[in-house]
Design a binder for this molecule. Structure first.
Ligand code: NAP
Ligand code: ZN
Length: 351
């Protein structure tokens, strides 16, 4: 086993601090990765603060990992030392159930092993994420990163990217569709970029009028401030698809009113109870509310390749590992443009 430096929290009300964790020696199927960058997802904050009531401490978050391969096991043929690779929200699954066979490991019937806070099949205890120097991952869960795009700005693609790309593809968003992306944060800004790249007419639906200029630069054709009831009414019944990234329980009724007949709103953000939905709002227009979680490994690679071809990366603010607690507070205040990425050299260089 290798002891490596990491950053984690010992309790839901504790700050993240430096600690040591153990990583396994590589098995025949493993890839060892030296982590260069790790994105800061709002899920990291939910887990550290035990918002979903399932956290195991210490929590070492991080599931938007970019790094270089340092070692591979003897069964690994598609990666070699020095390759630029990524790891997202999953590091293992059963590989045998119907969902896994259909490349939908996120729905593994035995439960995918998440990058952090999941049962660790190898070492016992629970898994530790990318706020660390190094990680060892089964070869089936390692992604190739196109070398032509900015490595640090690709980190958020591993979660924010796939979580927004997958529902846009699954619900077949296409040229000319009117798509609303609700919430301009890490997920939302990628949702705008992808919907725009797919040719949709994109409306950024935000609670923050101050983000309007940015939304347009990211690819939005229009901005709709959700607190403005008059403006919301004007757009009622006009959307083909809504991608809802709001991170907390909220009133969905005003957004349901925006959908056209037979249109769908997909929730990816609020993994918690929501306010009551008025049945009439759905029944009247045969409307649908659905959910979606990340994407399978095959689709994640497809998304990364799509980003390579279309030169799509995230808009990021780089931070040192030591500034993570302040960064968490800023994310909760919706004050990030539009994803923090940790430069992992800062962890290595300081003791
Ligand atoms: P984020 O960067 O904090 O962005 C969320 C945005 O939602 C905020 O910037 C804000 O945008 C808006 N917002 C915040 N509070 C709101 C409220 N009370 N009402 C309406 N809008 C609000 O978060 P993120 O990293 O994008 O993650 C979003 C959520 O998705 C988190 O809950 C995260 O855990 C979850 N998640 C789910 C998956 C999945 O697979 N389903 C994957 C990753 C993350 P405006 O200022 O524009 O209003
Ligand atoms: Zn995430």
């Amino acid at each position: 086993m290798n002891e490596v430096k990491a950053y984690g929290a010992q309790a839901s009300d504790a700050n993240l601090k430096e600690l040591n964790i153990e990583r396994r020696e590589i098995t025949a199927d493993d890839v060892q990765i030296e982590i260069e960058y790790c994105g800061v997802c709002h899920s990291d904050i939910h887990q550290v603060r035990n918002d979903w009531k399932n956290s195991k401490y210490p929590v070492v978050p991080g599931h938007e990992i970019i790094g270089r391969v340092t070692q591979v096991g003897k069964n690994v043929s598609n990666f070699k030392e020095g390759d630029l690779v990524g790891v997202g929200c999953m590091v293992d699954s059963c590989q045998e159930c119907d969902s896994c066979k259909e490349d939908l490991e996120q729905f593994c019937e035995k439960g995918a092993t998440l990058t952090y806070n999941s049962k660790d099949k190898h070492l016992g205890g629970h898994t530790f994420g990318g706020y660390s120097e190094q990680i060892v991952v089964d070869k089936e869960f390692v992604l190739s990163i196109p070398e032509n795009i900015d490595a640090k700005a690709t980190a958020p693609l591993l979660c924010a990217g796939i979580t927004t790309y997958s529902p846009l593809r699954h619900w077949n968003v296409k040229k000319g569709d009117k798509v609303g992306v609700i919430g301009l944060g890490g997920l939302g800004h990628m949702g705008v970029k992808f919907a725009s790249a797919l040719g949709a007419h994109v409306v950024m639906i935000t609670t923050s009028p101050s983000k309007s200029e940015d939304a347009k630069k990211l690819g939005a054709d229009e901005v709709l401030v959700s607190k403005n009831e008059e403006d919301m009414k004007k757009q009622a019944g006009s959307f083909d698809f809504l991608l809802n990234t709001v991170p907390v329980g909220h009133d969905m009724n005003p957004y349901i009113a925006l959908l056209k007949r037979d249109a769908t709103m997909v929730l990816v953000g609020a993994i918690e109870p929501l306010d009551p939905v008025h049945g009439g709002g759905l029944i009247g227009g045969r409307k649908r509310i659905a959910g979606s979680v990340i994407g399978g490994i095959k689709e994640t690679q497809e998304m990364l390749d799509f980003c390579g071809e279309h030169n799509i990366v995230s808009d990021i603010e780089m931070i040192d590992m030591q500034n993570i607690n302040e960064a968490f507070d800023r994310v909760v205040k919706s004050d990030v443009k539009y994803r923090f990425v940790i430069d992992m050299k800062s962890l290595k260089n300081k003791n």
